[in-house]
Design a protein around this ligand. Structure first.
Ligand code: FMN
Length: 479
């Protein structure tokens, strides 16, 4: 290996380099080569980050660890597919780092990987059996390739060879590694490692594009010295700690701000079904999309959310407690039971009327008698009940769905229901709001009317939740 001569380095920089290289178990020369190899990446960083590349570069900060790592991957099962490349030796360190953090690592080795690292070492460090053969009768009986890929929380392929990338991109399943990668329904993170010429080859570049579009996550490769050839360039596998950090990013919940933490919200959503007889009912076209989106956005902002939902065909948001009801009266009861609350957003399209006496038996068509007449009575007005309730939520928001004189009706509703805000939407059939994904609304409050542009229902939900957050922030500041 040719040596690198760098003149005029001051003593302090030399010492820093010496210590840094020693910490990473490298010679100073190797360390300098690595840093130079990363110059291409550093040039993409902000000048402030480049100022002290050793201390601040995201490429290098992961190489050091101070003290014991957090046990933040406890209970996570990682299926580690080890490909046949020189960098396979680094997977031993990767397994160790993952296990230190509490993860369970189940190794799968390609046949080629056996040439680079022994299954005995991998299995000893992982404290698990190494899986290699697709047609192993015992393995297939004990666990099976489908379970192997599905039981994991994440599949990590490290190193990912050019060959494995090609197989993944083309959908091959002719050995255990490629089959588990095809059979999985879990996220897949790959850490490519190969000669720079193999990396830049048009075939590999085509595969990279395909894998990106298939939603495969990448970590690396880094620029640097190639272990096997003395060549340098892009193709070095990411360091084990960089891979750990990418795994943490994928598996651990993001720390999103929780401005509504400690607040309790009730949201109603969907239509109500008012029975006529056991098979017929009065309903409307509400899909629940807007109400569910608001409940979910409130949950994401940290609120404890009780979602009272009429019959809908969409899934319950994961971050809410959902109470399923059929009729307006059931909805009212569920809402009142859920009190007290800081916030109530009444989005459901509650049927205004129900039949006076729903028949217990299916009503029969009787020849010559003409259609049965339905006698209707008014349903409870849930928004109005809450507006005048002794446990009235601090912020009460109603929805007004109108097909004409939107503002006029919404203004009247704001007053008569004693609501704080009314979100008014025009539900004329030509607007496609009922059941659709978009909504155009106006927000009415005592201080005026705001027109919001046409947005996805999820965006309306987010904007509304932002207004709710603002409302409570201002309140807090005023205290
Ligand atoms: C000494 C040696 C080192 C190799 N290193 C790599 C490598 O780093 N990356 C790579 O993509 N292929 C490398 N190969 C080629 C792969 O081992 C070969 O493509 C193999 O078929 C990969 O099998 P797998 O994808 O099933 O693991 C290397 C081959 C040899 C002989």
């Amino acid at each position: 290996m040719a040596s690198i001569t760098i003149r005029n380095l001051d003593e302090e920089t030399k010492q820093t380099l010496r210590e840094y290289a020693a910490k990473n178990g490298r010679s100073m020369e190797e360390q300098v080569r690595l840093i130079l190899g990363d110059v291409k990446k550093l040039s993409l960083l902000e000048p402030a980050q480049i100022f002290n590349p050793i201390a601040t570069s995201p490429i290098h900060q992961q190489s050091e660890e101070k003290g014991a790592p957090p046990v933040n991957l406890k209970g996570k099962l990682i299926l580690l597919v080890i490909g046949g490349g020189i960098a396979a030796y680094k997977c031993l360190d990767l397994i160790r780092r993952l296990r230190e953090r509490g993860a369970l690592v189940r190794p799968v080795m390609t046949n080629a990987a056996h040439e680079f690292v022994t299954p005995l070492s991998v299995s000893a460090i992982a404290n698990d059996k190494v899986f290699s053969e697709l047609f192993d009768r015992d393995d297939e009986h004990d666990i099976g390739h489908i379970r192997l890929s599905r039981e994991a929380d994440l599949i990590v392929v490290a190193p990912t060879t050019a060959d494995l990338m090609a197989k993944m991109a083309q959908g091959h399943a002719n050995d255990l590694a490629s089959t588990v990668l095809m059979a999985t329904d879990k996220p897949v993170l790959i850490a490519p490692a190969m000669n720079p010429k193999m990396w830049s080859h048009p075939a590999t570049q085509r595969n990279i594009k395909l894998l990106h579009s298939d939603g495969i996550h990448f970590i690396g490769p880094n620029a640097g010295e190639m272990a096997e050839s003395g060549e340098a360039g892009l193709g070095r596998m990411a360091e084990p700690l960089e891979i750990v950090s990418a795994i943490e990013n994928l598996l651990l919940p993001k720390k999103i701000p929780q401005p509504l933490a400690g607040k309790r919200a009730i949201v109603t959503s969907g239509p109500t079904h008012e029975p006529i007889d056991p098979v017929r009912y009065i309903a409307n076209r509400s899909s629940g999309k807007q109400g569910h989106a608001i409940a979910e956005a409130l949950g994401q902002a940290g609120a404890e959310v009780i979602l009272v939902s009429g019959p809908v065909d969409i899934p319950d948001p994961e971050n809410c407690e959902t109470i399923n009801i059929q009729t307006a009266r059931e909805m009212q009861q569920a809402v009142e039971t859920a009190l007290p609350a800081d916030i109530a957003v009444m989005v459901a399209a509650v049927a205004d009327w129900r039949t006076v006496n729903a028949s217990d038996e299916k009503m029969k068509k009787e020849n010559g008698k003409g259609p049965a007449s339905l006698q209707l009575t008014e349903n409870p007005d849930i928004l109005k009940t809450l507006g005048h309730h002794k446990q009235r939520p601090q912020l009460l928001i109603g929805f007004a769905a109108e097909t004409e004189a939107l503002e006029e009706h919404a203004k009247a509703k704001l007053k008569s229901k004693n609501a704080d805000w009314i979100i008014a939407n025009d539900v004329s059939p030509e607007g496609g709001v009922m059941g659709g994904d978009k909504n155009t609304v106006k927000r009415l409050s005592k201080s005026g009317i705001e027109d919001w542009p046409k947005m996805d229902k999820s965006e309306v939900a987010q904007k509304l939740v932002n207004e709710i957050i603002k409302h409570f922030t201002v309140e807090t500041l005023e205290i």
